[in-house]
Write a protein of this length. Structure first.
Length: 270
């Protein structure tokens, strides 16, 4: 219950900061301004062809080749971690492979220009943006995924999902998001309050506006950028379907960030 109460208080403070920084910057060309307004309003945008299909194919091939070398969860000496979620279990996301710091093994990833994303987030938040890490998600027919949730209430983190395989429909398990749930959300507060008196995860979000569901289908090379304070999930896949994505994470630095130990460490290392 203590964690749940902290989440509610943190979200109240975060929404106060959102009020202070509500107006998006008008810097950049018309496309940048339009994307900034859409991301601030809905909490999610889709940027088509962020990387070329050729680069997406190369990265997918490299990541799959590396994954075959490590069929079990393991942390390498350089910090790269292969996390097979729920390995040998049947829980949510069981079988999904999450590779932390994959960019330490594939130099091509470091050549992806992240500045457009950082500048866009500065436009949207009016605050400093700190790149966190790069992950790779490998989903092969994952039929049982975690239901709608938020990652945390503070610090605010945005994730850029770069699809390395085509995700043409919901059978491929696209990223799913409840638009407009990332700030000033009645549903988020309702869930956090109800979770105080339940045994489920404190950041699970079983109540949401179903009319605002956005299933982020797209092609390889497309980028989905979303605020992880928004209610989201990865949809279940049909058997035989594949989704591979590169995940770039960014933390929004605010004065509130300093009350969280992990955020303080990230800020000091930035």
């Amino acid at each position: 219950m203590i964690t749940g109460i902290k989440n509610i208080l943190s979200l109240c403070l975060q929404d106060l900061i959102n009020v202070i920084h509500y107006a998006p910057s008008k810097k950049g060309n018309n496309d940048i301004i339009a994307l900034s307004k859409a991301l601030q309003k809905d909490g999610i945008i889709n940027i088509k062809e962020f990387i070329s299909t050729e680069l997406a194919d190369e990265l997918r091939s490299d990541i799959e080749a590396i994954a075959k070398k490590y069929p079990q969860s393991i942390e390498l000496e350089n910090g790269v971690t292969f996390n097979y979620r729920g390995q040998n279990q049947n829980g949510a996301d069981a079988g999904m492979l999450d590779i932390f710091y994959i960019d330490k093994l594939i130099d091509k990833i470091n050549k992806i220009d992240q500045e457009p994303i950082i500048n866009l987030l500065k436009n949207v938040t009016g605050q400093e943006v700190i790149p966190l890490r790069c992950n790779a998600y490998l989903n092969y027919g994952i039929e049982n995924t975690r239901d709608f949730h938020i990652d945390n209430t503070q610090p605010v983190v945005y994730k850029a999902f770069i699809y390395l395989t085509d995700v043409p429909d919901v059978s491929y398990g696209p990223y799913s998001f409840i638009k407009k749930s990332h700030r000033f959300s009645f549903y988020t507060y309702l869930n956090l309050f109800k979770n105080l008196f339940s045994k489920q995860n404190s950041t699970d979000m079983p109540h949401y506006n179903s009319k605002n569901i956005v299933n982020a289908i797209g092609n390889k090379g497309d980028l989905i950028l979303s605020n992880q304070n928004g209610i989201h999930r990865g949809l279940p896949q049909q058997d035989g379907k594949k989704r591979i994505a590169l995940i770039l994470s960014f933390m929004i630095k605010s004065r509130l960030s300093y009350i969280h130990r992990s955020a303080r460490v990230r800020i000091s290392n930035a």
